[in-house]
Design a protein around this ligand. Structure first.
Ligand SMILES: Nc1ncnc2c1ncn2[C@@H]1O[C@H](COP(=O)(O)OP(=O)(O)OP(=O)(O)O)[C@@H](O)[C@H]1O
Ligand SMILES: [Mg+2]
Length: 400
């Protein structure tokens, strides 16, 4: 696609997003007006209250009309048609200009559809295979303070499993909050599947993202596992008829389908985290972030959750970020981001990262258990390296 085409596709996308965002405002204002009217009928509020709700609705409705103006797309059609007339039909350029004209017509038609369904069809789409692109991200909590994240640039392909490691205070959590849109970067730009994150589209961008937190006890709302998974779906206004299938499906993915009627608080830590993962999965995010999701679990729970994470990785359907202090976990990753003092100091495969043991130690990071044993063996003259897990290590030792 030429940049000109990209440009119009982007413009259409922005147009949809604006419509969609404004429609949300319109829906809220109309709900407010309806509630005001009903309260008025019960004499709970006075007429002034109703009038002000109505005025607000009218204002937003007018704004919507202004936004729903697709003249630029029509103008583009006219201009490309005019251009086409000036080009010789036998020239090479003709086909290019013709394609541009056809695209202009298509984009114009799409813009009409977008207005009709108020941008609803216009969810953010995956414009690229790059799940996340950070460009020189800097963030500080207060003016004059040092940057907690200081110039991070990275590109992550869809389907990758990325471990983020770093000493305490290196900026991992700050970075994850920037990725999920809780914090806005002071400097730099973010793209999620080719969509540039802006203040306006952040709510739509969030639909690409799911997060599982550290503390399993802080993530429950429902009185049963089923209710808990349903809660997020209700928030997204998923049709109730579709919910049972989605709930069962996501529970199966974390092997918790037998527990749907159980009370979340009665579950083990590992089971709770699995339910938290199911709740995130139910919303089918493209990017899933685990913020130290295993750190508060007992060894059995840790293993359970890590297994689920690896299974998710193997489907290659999701892009996974795992912030972790568990150096053994990085062996499961495709890519490792090493943070130090707010900077991304290394980015590479686990093998590449682990080959620099001294460097890791210099920034106060341990090396995985398997790599520690390998190192001890190497010091004894037994050359073994690159084992991905304990089993592989044992196999490698036996082959010596
Ligand atoms: N709310 C805040 N207000 C001010 N400074 C903060 C805030 N949160 C974090 N910081 C500072 O920002 C820097 C990065 O912290 P961050 O929590 O991102 O690190 P981290 O790598 O997640 O650490 P940990 O491994 O301890 O979770 C630290 O210097 C920290 O003190
Ligand atoms: Mg943290």
């Amino acid at each position: 696609m030429s940049s000109a085409n990209n440009n119009w596709t982007e413009k259409l996308n922005d147009f949809r997003l604006k419509l969609n965002e404004h429609n949300d405002k319109l829906v809220r204002a109309s709900q407010k007006m309806i509630i005001a009217r009903s309260k008025f009928s019960k004499r709970e509020v006075d007429l002034e209250f109703v009038k002000s709700a109505e005025a607000e609705y009218k204002l937003i409705k007018n704004e919507f009309k202004e936004i729903a103006n697709n003249d630029i797309f029509l103008k583009n059609v006219k201009e490309s048609k005019d251009k086409l007339k000036t080009v010789n039909k036998n020239s090479k350029e003709y086909w290019k200009v013709l394609e541009e004209y056809k695209l202009a017509v298509l984009i114009f038609k799409e813009s009409k559809v977008a207005i009709k369904d108020r941008g609803h069809g216009g969810q953010l789409v995956q414009l690229s295979d790059i799940a996340l692109k950070l460009d020189n991200i800097k963030f500080r909590y207060r003016e004059g303070h040092p940057f907690a994240v200081n110039g991070v640039s990275v590109e992550i392909k869809h389907g990758d499993y990325v471990a983020i490691i770093g000493h305490n205070g290196s900026g991992k959590s700050t970075l994850s909050k920037i990725i999920i849109g809780v914090l806005q970067p002071t400097v730099g730009s973010i793209e999620v599947y080719g969509n540039k994150v802006t203040r306006n589209n952040i709510n739509m961008i969030r639909k690409f993202l799911g997060i599982v937190f550290q503390n399993p006890d802080n993530q429950f709302i429902g009185s049963t596992v089923r209710d808990d998974i349903a809660f997020g779906l209700e928030n997204r206004r998923i049709a109730p008829s579709k919910m049972p299938d989605i709930i069962l499906d996501s529970a199966k993915k974390v092997r918790m389908e037998e527990f749907l009627d159980h009370e979340p608080l009665m579950l083990s830590g590992g089971q709770k985290q699995r339910v938290a993962i199911a709740s995130a999965l139910a919303l089918s995010p493209n990017i899933l972030i685990f913020d130290e999701a295993t750190s508060m679990l007992d060894p059995k729970g840790k293993t359970e959750v890590k297994e689920i994470m690896v299974q998710l990785k193997n489907t290659r359907e999701k892009t996974i970020f795992s912030i972790t202090h568990d150096m053994d976990e990085i062996l499961n990753a495709d890519k490792v981001m090493v943070m130090n003092k707010g900077q991304l100091v290394k980015f590479g495969s686990p093998k590449e990262i682990l080959s620099e043991k001294e460097f890791l130690r210099s920034i106060h990071l341990d090396i995985p258990f398997v790599a520690q044993i390998e190192e001890a063996l190497q010091n004894e003259g037994i050359k073994i390296s690159g084992s991905a897990n304990l089993e592989e290590l044992v196999k490698n030792i036996c082959q010596k």
